[in-house]
Design a protein around this ligand. Structure first.
Ligand SMILES: Nc1ncnc2c1ncn2[C@@H]1O[C@H](COP(=O)(O)OP(=O)(O)O)[C@@H](O)[C@H]1O
Ligand SMILES: Cc1cn([C@H]2C[C@H](O)[C@@H](COP(=O)(O)OP(=O)(O)O)O2)c(=O)[nH]c1=O
Length: 160
């Protein structure tokens, strides 16, 4: 439902669907894995909701409060977050190369993506202990190395 660009969705519906998916993902997958003692990597988490459904769609103050409340109610928060910072031109170029289908957000205009990007950077600045900005204009190997280096420092795990 969320990915289909042709399905009209009210902003509240979109926001609640994202949180429904996250609640289910936490309960069914993330929490049991953490209980087994493994490290869990999530491609996106609640910061993406604030960036897209808050900053991107220019949500009103009530909706922003709702996002904060729903986030605070989650049974678990990330210990470490990587914000892959890529310039708009490079992002557009990579998407062109990637091809395939585009979701309901990728079809939005440059102003929307600029707001999402500014949102992520504001979130990272507001949570400096949790968030690490990575220069993602660099080649994939350099991005990989930068992330691994932070992970090994934070966790004490030596790189293999
Ligand atoms: N650091 C990078 N260097 C070069 N190409 C990249 C890099 N990061 C992503 N890509 C390419 O850009 C495209 C989109 O990136 P991807 O991570 O799939 O974004 P999304 O998760 O938003 O779809 C993919 O084709 C991917 O291979
Ligand atoms: C998790 C999440 C994703 N999105 C958007 C970002 C993406 O454009 C789209 C799909 O996200 P996702 O399935 O993570 O795909 P990708 O990161 O590979 O693009 O949904 C939100 O708008 N809010 C959210 O809370």
């Amino acid at each position: 439902m969320l990915l289909d660009p042709d399905l009209p969705l009210a902003p509240e519906a979109e926001l609640l669907l994202v949180f429904a998916a996250r609640a289910d993902h936490l309960a069914a997958t993330v929490l049991p894995a953490l209980d087994r003692g493994v490290i869990v990597l999530c491609d996106r988490f609640a910061d993406s909701t604030l960036a897209y459904q808050g900053f991107g769609v220019q949500a009103d103050a009530r909706t922003r409060t709702l996002i904060d409340e729903l986030t605070a109610r989650l049974p678990r928060q990330p210990d470490l977050t990587f914000v892959l910072n890529v310039s708009p031109g490079t992002a557009a170029e990579r998407l062109r190369h990637r091809g395939g289908t585009t979701d309901r957000y990728e079809t939005r205009d440059a102003a929307f993506h600029a707001r999402v990007r500014a949102g992520f950077l504001a979130i990272a600045a507001a949570h400096p202990a949790r968030c690490v900005r990575i220069d993602a204009d660099a080649p994939a190997e350099a991005v990989h190395d930068a992330i691994l280096s932070v992970v090994s420092t934070r966790t004490g795990h030596k790189r293999g």
